[in-house]
Design a protein around this ligand. Structure first.
Ligand code: GAL
Length: 360
């Protein structure tokens, strides 16, 4: 196991970013920068041992700083949308930055995705670890409480990339941390992922309004949202089903079977498997989070920011599996059909998601 690091350029604040390269004994390589804690690339072998980058990204730090899309980024304090960019908690009203129509998306303006995190590295015989920490002061981006967040990326010799999210805050604060990697198991910018097979252990999904704010919890049974039997992502993609068409594809929170039992510090369960029948690449996802935002990259079409190698952005050429609690749950406090989503003073936030790669 090895970790290398090199300076990766300077952001507009004058701070220098570092690019870390984690390599396992089989040559699997993961590049992560401390800017936004962003996964820049993941090179994994196909069934013939050929390494390909299966994680979408840009060529330069400056693209990561200017672009939208959150490619590979850590997302916080609150992943996805907070309706109306404001919320009430314990009798106080908090105003956030509205960066998605009138709503707050992925934590606001700078959020956790556009700042430099503090870093530390370690290796042993079987693991390479990059630990990132970020201190967000009370009131940053409008959120309450001094919040300390630690994210630990670990690559092992079994092909697993684990991401552990830990946090503590001195006031009650909504918190929903995730990573926004865009996967295409056939390779970065290699075309639509419609033929890649997905299994999701999800019993229900959140239907959204036109601004993608959740409005109802619905069972997946009998709908295009049913991935409880593995099926190609494209199989039901174009079906005339209102909840799907409203979002222009999959961009929904899927609630895992028995999600109410999932909790911070809980056992990791296998919740998703994706595979590419052509290359044989497979990705298993284990997590103790209750939900995942399955996003089929419907907004991936910004002509100003070509992907690595100068390839144009193209919708549905990747899928994201952003493990999390339910979006906008801060507006459903006390509603048993929603997750809680608030970290209170004295509590420990501790969730882990593992993406494990292999080929068959
Ligand atoms: C996803 C979200 C999408 C879109 C995307 C970023 O997490 O569900 O609606 O905002 O991030 O482009």
């Amino acid at each position: 196991m090895n970790i290398y690091s090199r300076p990766w350029g300077t952001i507009s604040s004058g701070e220098t970013a570092t690019l870390f390269t984690l390599v396992n004994d089989n040559g699997m390589t993961v590049e992560i920068t401390d800017f936004g804690g962003t996964i820049v690339s993941i090179k994994t072998a196909d069934r013939n041992g050929k390494l390909t980058d299966i994680c979408l990204g840009y060529d330069s730090l400056s693209d990561y700083e200017k672009a939208d899309g959150y490619l590979g980024a850590l997302v916080g304090r609150v992943a996805n949308r907070i309706a109306g960019a404001s919320f009430e908690l314990e009798g106080k009203t908090y105003s956030l930055y509205a960066n998605d129509g009138g709503n707050c998306l992925h934590g606001g303006k700078k959020s956790f995705s556009y700042v430099i995190w503090k870093s530390e590295t370690a290796t042993d015989n079987d693991k390479a670890t990059l630990t990132l920490t970020y201190f967000s002061p009370d009131g940053e981006e409008g959120f309450p409480g001094n919040l300390t967040t630690k994210v630990t990326y670990t690559l092992d010799n079994g092909g697993a990339l684990a991401i552990r999210y830990e946090a503590e805050c001195d006031k009650a604060c909504p918190l929903n941390l995730t990573n926004h990697a865009y996967f295409n198991l056939a390779g970065n910018a290699s075309g639509p992922v419609f033929g890649q097979i997905l299994w999701l252990d999800a019993e229900s999904y959140l239907a959204g309004d036109k601004d993608l704010i959740p409005v109802a919890v619905k069972p997946v049974d009998g709908t295009p949202f049913d991935f409880t039997e593995p099926k190609p992502i494209g199989k039901d993609f174009f079906v005339d089903f209102a909840d799907l068409r409203m979002a222009g594809g999959y961009d929904h929170c899927f609630n895992f079977t028995g999600w109410k039992k999932c909790k911070s510090g809980g056992t990791l369960l296998l919740r998703a498997v994706a595979c590419d029948p052509i290359s044989g690449r497979k990705m298993e996802m284990y997590t103790n989070q209750p939900c995942v935002q399955f996003y089929s990259a419907n907004f991936l079409k910004n002509p100003c920011f070509p992907l690595r190698g100068g390839k144009p952005q193209q919708t549905q050429t990747a899928f994201c599996l952003e493990t999390q609690t339910m979006p906008d749950s801060i507006h459903h406090q006390g509603d048993e059909s929603f997750t809680d989503g608030v970290l209170r003073a004295g509590e420990k936030y501790d969730y882990t998601t593992v993406y494990k790669f292999s080929a068959e």
